[in-house]
Design a protein around this ligand. Structure first.
Ligand code: S3P
Length: 178
């Protein structure tokens, strides 16, 4: 079975949805952020502060290369995975790509309201709100381009999104069996 790879901006609910899917489908879950944290030997925030984003992106790609050959997993990817086309080529080799989408207003509210995220390194110059707006707007077409399927956590609950993904998987399986 192919992996199910969740992509999407920070704060869209990828981690919660990946946990729900792993439970429902009885599959293992891997988070590229967890793998990267291990490889960095420190939190992503500390690593980026010390070494910068380019170094983090190299680590992230190394983690994705390390996932080659894995099957049947739910892969919860970091929001910036779409920044490097090589990442997406590797992930799509043995995975279906699901874009977890949420409205910009919801992402801003969720990230600004979450005290853990105060520690998250900003992606660019400026305050948190403009950082989110700028990167969200720039990345939307990328997520859209790579997605085989998408769910919206602004208009649907995690349970509903999970059900939609399950139904889509069954329908795609039927199609490929025909
Ligand atoms: C990033 C998102 C984070 C993490 C890192 C970079 C990004 O993952 O990989 O801070 O570039 O948007 P989440 O999307 O899981 O928060």
């Amino acid at each position: 079975m192919k992996n199910i790879v969740l992509i999407g901006f920070r704060g869209t609910g990828k981690s919660t949805l990946s946990q729900e899917l792993a439970l429902r489908l009885a599959r293992m879950r891997i988070s590229t952020d967890d793998l990267a944290t291990e490889l960095c030997g420190m939190s992503i925030t500390d690593f980026v502060q010390e070494h910068g984003w380019a170094a983090f992106r190299r680590i992230e790609t190394e983690c994705i290369v390390g996932l080659q050959g894995k099957e049947d997993y739910i892969i919860d990817s970091g929001g910036g995975v779409v920044e490097n086309p090589d990442n997406m080529r590797l992930l799509a080799k043995n995975g279906v790509i699901v874009w977890v989408h949420a409205s910009l207003e919801d992402v801003v509210t969720r990230l600004i309201g979450n005290t853990n995220d105060a520690q998250r390194p900003l992606l660019s110059e400026g305050d948190l709100r403009s950082d989110i707006t700028e990167n969200y707007t720039r990345r939307e077409p990328l997520y859209k381009r790579y997605a085989d399927f998408s769910v919206n956590t602004s208009t649907h609950t995690i349970q509903e999104c999970s059900t939609a993904i399950e139904q889509w998987l069954v329908a795609s399986q039927k199609k490929s069996d025909q």
